[in-house]
Design a protein around this ligand. Structure first.
Ligand code: FAD
Length: 377
């Protein structure tokens, strides 16, 4: 890498969310930046938020924001103290992307278009003279002679071979924010969603699928359990506020229980709950054994989780061990001319804009770190 007089040639490996925003900051301060990516730049932004780009979350307290990251919480206190949600909104406004806050706290561009955000960020990089090279980097070492500093922003999905020449601790990545496979065949329920179910004191929505179970609450569970060994059991309360089942049956003594339960659940769920029982028995004729069985199936709906739905994870848990990284600059402590940002690190958040926030924030802290050690006029 270059001597003291030549500190301004920066390579960014991976022009995803983190790499691109970092490049933008660096270019603005007059540094020479080349972005390498095996794919066209910023393609990874296009599917975010279902094509609408949920780019941050309306948690404006930098001390509260880290609570949304099952991996990285402690590290992010420092990072978010330098660049947090309000800075994200500000920087995107500077790029011409106005934002709004949805009812659930998710922040989107007013255009509701990831494509628009992508175009604005790429145009800004081009305007400041950023160079894009479409190339897969096999080993970071390849670039060491031509660049003074190298930013590694390859995301979580491409593997860590690129770092094989360095002695770094890497926590083997696991899928997170992902649907879960079940031992039970739930395909007859596929497509049905239930609102406000409860799992381990958390409430949210679930969706039955051809492979098992998915939906926002399951994504959260998959994140919290990313490193848990399979198989494990999940107990779901399908309707925590249902009330006493016997009282409900007593109120409709002449109705068949399948029709009583259909007032609360979709028909396919009712059939599943009543499997192996006489679904036509009337409310007044139900015995305690059957009542308790149904009650148990509703409030302790048990499924065995056998794995994650392969290839559909939103993020990966695991990555470069944060002990290797200086949170004030994003430098690798052992190799101070190398920097790591975004999902390649052992940081991942829940759904809702937290993962892109990690990309933006670590990008900014890295750019500041590089600027402070570069010879700028
Ligand atoms: C379907 C989907 C929807 C999502 N929606 C949201 C959302 O709404 N909100 C949110 O906060 N997060 C969302 N995420 C997560 C978010 O997109 C990522 O956390 C974020 O993109 C990570 O940014 P990054 O720059 O670290 O990595 P990435 O954006 O993954 O970029 C990494 C880049 O590095 C390149 N690369 C990898 N290896 C090499 C190599 N060896 N040589 C050259 N180039 C390489 C890749 O081609 C890629 O362009 C979503 C993810 C998915 C999959």
């Amino acid at each position: 890498m270059g001597g003291a007089e030549e500190q301004n040639r920066i390579a960014v490996i991976g022009s995803g969310a983190a790499g691109c925003l970092c490049a933008y900051f660096l270019l603005k301060s007059g540094l020479d930046v080349t972005l390498f990516d095996k794919n066209p730049p910023l393609l990874t932004l296009l599917p975010t938020g279902g094509g609408r780009c949920n780019l941050a979350h309306a948690e404006f307290n930098p001390k509260e924001l880290p609570h949304n990251y099952p991996r990285g919480e402690k590290f992010l206190y420092s990072v978010f103290s330098k660049f947090s949600t309000s800075d994200t909104i500000e920087i995107f406004a500077e790029l011409g992307v106005e934002t709004y806050i949805q009812e659930d706290g998710k922040i989107f561009p007013v255009s509701n278009s990831s494509k628009d955000v992508r175009n604005k960020l790429l145009n800004a990089i081009k305007k400041y003279g950023g160079k894009f090279v479409q190339k897969e980097i096999k080993d970071v070492k390849e670039l060491e002679n031509d660049f003074d500093k190298i930013v590694i922003s390859i995301g979580g999905h491409s593997g860590y071979d690129i770092l094989k020449s360095y002695n770094l601790n890497i926590i083997p990545p696991k899928p997170s924010l992902v649907g879960l496979n079940t031992k039970e065949n739930l395909s007859e329920l596929s497509g049905i969603s239930l609102k406000d179910v409860s799992i381990s004191n958390m409430t949210g929505d679930i969706l039955f699928t051809h492979f098992g179970i998915s939906g926002p609450l399951i994504y959260t569970i998959s994140s919290l359990n990313a490193f848990k060994k399979f198989p494990y059991v999940l107990k779901i309360d399908l309707m925590p506020n249902l009330g006493d089942l016997q009282t409900i049956f007593n109120q409709k003594p002449h109705k068949e229980i399948k029709n009583i339960l259909s007032e609360y659940f979709p028909a396919k769920i009712v059939s599943y709950l009543l499997r192996g029982t006489d679904s036509e028995v009337r409310g007044c004729n139900i015995n305690s054994q059957m009542r308790d069985l149904i009650n148990n199936r509703i409030h302790e709906f048990e499924i065995n989780i056998t794995g994650t739905n392969k290839g559909s994870e939103t993020v990966t848990a695991g990555g470069i061990d944060l002990d290797e990284i200086n949170p004030k600059t994003m430098q690798i402590k052992k190799y101070p001319n190398l920097y790591c940002i975004g999902e390649v690190l052992n940081i991942d958040g829940f759904c809702g804009g937290f993962n892109l926030q990690n990309a933006w924030s670590t990008a900014c802290v890295c750019a500041e770190g590089i600027k402070n050690t570069s010879n700028l006029p």
